[in-house]
Design a binder for this molecule. Structure first.
Ligand SMILES: [Zn+2]
Length: 262
């Protein structure tokens, strides 16, 4: 039996448990009599994920639920296979469920035609829809569900005591999940979600990529400030709410003003 490498009490992260990078973070939340997984990753690592769970002496039959933080392919490609092999239930936000159930390839980044990316995105039934304020019982533990849209409309975060599993909202370097109109990103909603995480009474954030990090209001605020600037810059196209430079340009043209360089 592998020694269980707990990251925090009741929390194991499977890349760390494996001792090698598998892909997206896969959190096993151990409620004692049962456990859940937050995300399952890609199909080509599912065998290893399942072997690890067995090696840590978690019976597959005690997996209460596979929870998708959102619908991106790197988080959920293996969900359908994992649901079959663990004979368990799946859960996601309704807006993620709609993409996962149909195996939608574009909004999930399974297919990025311009970059020649083409991954499988098997459809998977989502047994339970989770919304903000819901609670998921895991043995003796309670996970609180937070709907934190912005990166994508169906992004969920979860609170477990003083820990927040923050999905693709923010990483240890202050980076955020991709902002992309084709992905359903929404910068005002993203800022609202980050503000909620900033103001949360939490000690650590456990993101879907990279290491966990201390909850630091100033660090989250710096990210909020960056995204706030994007609202009025063209960097993310139609995700901006306005572009003052272009508005001024149009006004100048209409006013017959020529560019002046002195
Ligand atoms: Zn991600």
């Amino acid at each position: 039996m592998n020694r269980r490498k707990y990251l925090f009490p009741n929390v194991i992260e499977l890349n760390l448990a494996a001792g090698r990078p598998l892909g997206v973070n896969v959190y096993l939340i151990d409620g004692g009599s049962e456990y859940v997984l937050l995300d399952v990753g890609m199909e080509d690592t599912l065998d290893e994920v399942i072997d690890l769970i067995r090696a840590m002496d978690f019976p597959l039959s005690k997996c209460k639920m596979l929870i998708a933080t959102h619908a991106d392919v790197d988080h959920v490609q293996a969900l359908a296979s994992a649901r079959e092999r663990l004979r368990t239930k799946t859960a996601a936000h309704p807006k993620a469920a709609a993409l996962i159930e149909t195996g939608e390839p574009v909004q999930t980044y399974a297919v990025i035609a311009a970059q020649g990316v083409s991954e499988r995105m098997p459809g998977c039934k989502i047994d339970k829809k989770l919304k903000d304020g819901d609670e998921v019982k895991v043995g003796e533990l309670t996970l609180q569900v937070l709907h934190t849209p912005g990166h994508t409309a169906g992004q969920l975060s979860f609170r477990l005591g003083h820990l927040i599993f923050s999905g693709d909202n923010i990483y240890a370097d202050g980076g955020v999940g991709v902002i992309d109109a084709h992905h359903g990103s929404n910068i005002p909603e993203f800022i609202a979600s980050l503000t909620r995480l900033r103001d949360a009474d939490a000690s650590f954030l456990l993101p879907s990529h990279g290491p966990p990090f201390r909850h630091d209001r100033a660090m989250i605020q710096a990210t909020i400030d960056r995204l706030t600037a994007y609202l009025r810059m063209p960097d993310f196209g139609t995700c901006a709410i306005e572009w003052p430079l272009e508005q001024q340009w149009k006004a100048d043209i209409l006013a017959g003003k020529m560019p002046q360089f002195e």
